[in-house]
Ligand binder design. Sequence first.
Ligand code: HEM
Length: 234
Amino acid sequence: MVSLAQRAPVRRAPRPSSVQLKYVMAVSGAVMFAYLVLHMIGNLKIFFGQESLDLYAEWLRVVGEPALPEQTVLWIVRIALLAAVLSHIAAATVLARRAARARPVKYAAGNKVAGSYATRTMRWGGVIIALFVIYHILDLTTGTLNPNGQYGEVYANVVADFAPQRWYVTLFYVLAVVAVTLHLRHGLWSALQSFGRTSERNRRAVRAVSSGIAIVLGVGFLAVPLSVTFGLVS
Ligand code: HEM
């Protein structure tokens, strides 16, 4: 029998520091941000007509051919995006637990600091966005929840999705995009705070730039569902 004293010491994996976790959040956030910018620009092709949007969607599937088989690049992007989403959530969860442990006494009612408000908003915003993305993929990628739901008919799928009588779908998308905009605004701001050289003097500028970028992205995304619901695209 091996006595307790003879047992090899259990080696724990080194714990990542909070700064390392913030890097994980910033890098994964940057990957998702880049995707969102390209996705928003791609969506705007709907204003150039059905052929423009459907050809673009087709190009996304065949890009890299003939050197690479169809959809290779698309799947690389999907896997990178999934890795970014998972590491972003994992790092956020660990950081939130550490913050809670460092503050064993809860704030008294009415004594909540702005930081804790932003943190809760980010957490709930993140959950709403994650649920939206699941619905969105079932709606416009697989077509399962879409009234048209035809593979390759992206324009027709989008127009059927946000038809005036389906205003509640548009409303859901609007709420989700508002959540994305707020999440991004705070995410950009805190990444720039953590890694930039934010002096008191340029704090306001950093806040304004973060808000400006987030609002441009939000407006770009909202343009599509709202234009279909209000009959500008049909
Ligand atoms: C609000 C306006 C939006 C519209 C009209 C829209 C439209 C679309 C369409 C048509 C597709 C399918 C593309 C294809 O199959 O070729 C798609 C896929 C996708 N969208 Fe959006 N989208 C919007 C907002 C968003 C937002 C805010 C996010 C993220 C928070 C997002 C994330 C995604 C993801 C992850 C996919 C799956 C990509 C893939 O795996 O192929 N979208 N979107």
